[in-house]
Ligand binder design. Structure first.
Ligand code: TRP
Ligand code: SF4
Length: 404
């Protein structure tokens, strides 16, 4: 648990790129759906982030936003457990982004690997903008405004969570030093009683002198269990543990998606820009056609030629969709030319169609009831704003902006 946050909160966002595909389902959404049972989850549509690269196409954003939310819901993201909202409806993200921009060295942003990579990949767009440079800092604000402990992301986003940690550390360092901090912390320690105070000091020493992470964890658990100290004192003691001041913005951790990366129809990563996707709401006839025509081991020209599953994208799909018995049947049948490629694809086609059917049906229900989708988002946005407002009150106070 991150220091200072009472509930373990998970936050993630997705840019509104339109209808989602199997790559999103297996790479992201299944993970969200699992997390929503165990944590307080916030999932949002990063529409401002979409504008950082597609600022000249405002007309596509709205449709993409609703299509994406419908896909989330259709896959089983549950608004009863997770809060779903839209970034631009919570202006606190923008205010925190602005305030964090005051303390963020330019070099930190220029060095984020996605900055140069994306500029090169999207050469046809002019991304020499202020907003694009600030992309990862806006993401930091997204995360910190909710004091999220965990951020489920793909590998490409880990650097952004890393930046977020550095920005949080700098913020706490600059603004977590209230006057008389050490004296207040010492007085708070005394309130825990002799035995616990001694234990806290010992653990703090172990962490500060030897970097003992275990000691840090135990000390945090000790603080959590204290009944006699106020919330303010507890926060102070979390901060005092690490030697800094009070922790106002806790550092989040990336939660790497462990799900298998979904290969596209051609075996490359599934991505709209490669044209190798199956959309979640794709027509069943189209799904079948795409799978029937997907490439196989190129060396297997005739039905009588044996094949090598390791060289075949279809095999990678079996690893996601098929049980052990089916996989053995594939291995055996392919390498001995006992089965044809169409036979091999049959169980996959069935599995994908069966997976997509309930999703397509639920999506249709939401398509037919846009008011329900809006109500879900309204409710999620209100709940998110309540948290974000509280954080901003603290942030403004810490930065000397609390005058009225
Ligand atoms: N940059 C993320 C992506 O492209 C989307 C995103 C924006 C995000 N803000 C976030 C993800 C905050 C996690 C947390 O996938
Ligand atoms: Fe690929 Fe299956 Fe054909 Fe072998 S039999 S080449 S695994 S599709």
């Amino acid at each position: 648990m991150a220091a200072g946050s009472q509930i373990t909160r998970v936050l993630s966002g997705m840019r509104p790129t339109g209808r989602l595909h199997l790559g999103h389902l297996h790479g992201v959404l299944k993970n969200w759906i699992e997390l929503q049972h165990s944590y307080e989850c916030l999932f949002f549509v990063a529409d401002w982030h979409a504008l950082t690269t597609h600022y000249d196409e405002p007309e596509i954003i709205e449709e993409n936003v609703w299509d994406m939310v419908i896909d989330w819901l259709a896959c089983g993201v549950n608004p009863g457990s997770a809060k779903l909202f839209i970034q631009s409806r919570v202006p606190e993200h923008a205010e925190l982004h602005l305030l964090l921009s005051m303390i963020t060295p330019l070099g930190w942003l220029e060095r984020v690997p996605t900055y140069k990579d994306q500029q090169e990949q999207l050469r046809e767009r002019d991304l020499a903008t202020y907003g694009f440079l600030g992309y990862p800092l806006l993401q930091s604000a997204d995360i910190l405004v909710y004091k999220a402990a965990y951020v489920p992301v793909g590998e490409d986003q880990v650097a952004h969570v890393e930046l977020t940690r550095e920005v949080a550390r700098r913020f706490n360092h600059l603004y977590g030093r209230e006057p008389g901090f050490e004296e207040k912390a010492e007085r708070a320690i005394a309130k825990m009683g002799k035995k616990n105070a001694r234990l806290y000091r010992e653990l703090r020493r172990q962490y500060q002198e030897q970097g003992d992470e275990k000691a840090l964890e135990v000390a945090r658990a000790l603080l959590e269990s204290q009944q006699n100290i106020s919330i303010g004192d507890r926060e102070r003691l979390y901060g005092y543990l690490e030697g800094a001041g009070r922790i106002i913005l806790p550092e989040p951790q990336a939660l790497l998606t462990k799900a298998a990366r979904m290969p596209g129809l051609d075996g490359q990563k599934m991505s709209k820009s490669y044209g190798n996707t199956i959309a979640l709401r794709e027509d069943p006839g189209e799904v079948e056609k795409k799978l029937r025509t997907m490439p196989t081991d190129p060396a297997r020209v005739r039905r009588t030629d044996p094949g090598d599953p390791e060289k075949c994208p279809v095999w990678r799909w079996h690893q996601i969709y098929s049980d052990e018995a089916t996989r053995q049947w594939v291995q055996q049948g392919c390498t001995t030319a006992g089965i044809g490629c169409l036979d091999c694809k049959r169980p996959l086609i069935e599995a994908v169609l069966a997976e997509l059917k309930p999703i397509r049906e639920r999506a249709r229900e939401y398509e037919e009831d846009p008011a329900a989708v809006r109500a879900i988002i309204n409710e999620g946005t209100e709940a998110a704003r309540d948290i974000a407002r509280d954080t901003m009150d603290e942030v403004r106070k810490a930065m000397g902006l609390a005058y009225r």
